[in-house]
Design a protein. Sequence first.
Length: 292
Amino acid sequence: MAEQRSPPAAILPSAAILWVGGSDDELAIARQAAGQQAVVIDVPTVAAAISSPPAAVADRSPTAIVLASPTPIAWTTGECTALARRWPLAPLVSVAGTLVDGRRRSGPPLPGVEEVPWHELAGRLAWWLHDRRRGTPGGLGQPATARREERILEASNRVAEYGRTAPAAAVSAAANRAIDLEGLADLLAAVGRPVCARTRGRPPLEDPAAIVVWDPGATTAADLTWLAMLTAHRPARAVVLLDSFPRAAGVRAALDAGAAAVLGRPLSAESLTGILLSLDGGPGPAASPAGL
């Protein structure tokens, strides 16, 4: 496993996540990423959280409540309602393992619960906490009655507005296919990131940017070898790798090869912006040690 860094100094120590449920395999990666950004308080079940709430959140609302499960349909409306009654100001976030990938078109089953794939949690959480520090409600501040389409549109608009007004360091983009490179560069521009170099194929060792976003398509052993060379050649460089179907073993292999983060496709504007914000302070895993 790649060496982990301390949380960035800008992270508010008061941010506390109540983590309900499992933390195995992919969820362990997501849990570790969350722990780099906020205090994470673990409880095994909803019943335990309500009957014996941890002292840290017994008399205050957590920043968010994460319902973690290997499968996407593991929580009942009753359990979510019970948590909402106990902590009415805490937004509910559902995080599931690999099986959540098949639900992207069908939508989340629980109204009022933001469902996040495990590989998006680090970036989305980084952006949500950034919103919180700026004093804006952000994605976690939307009403529970908001539909998924409304949440996605609002998130895209907020990220785009922030990108137009906040100065940001330039990044490099690389992709194996021309169409992927064009789409990646367009997305980076849409979130306010100037693209200082575009490369079709693997990023060159002499790439000028401190942050490189690389879409290799299907990541191969040769790509991981090149990734290790990129980071060894210039240790201050942070490489964000894109993967269509992130799996725990592949993410850990990329991290061991030197990746700062691994993001799943289709790529969320919130997730990408959150990861880039966490990497602006320097190289390495930063707020996303698990490559999410």
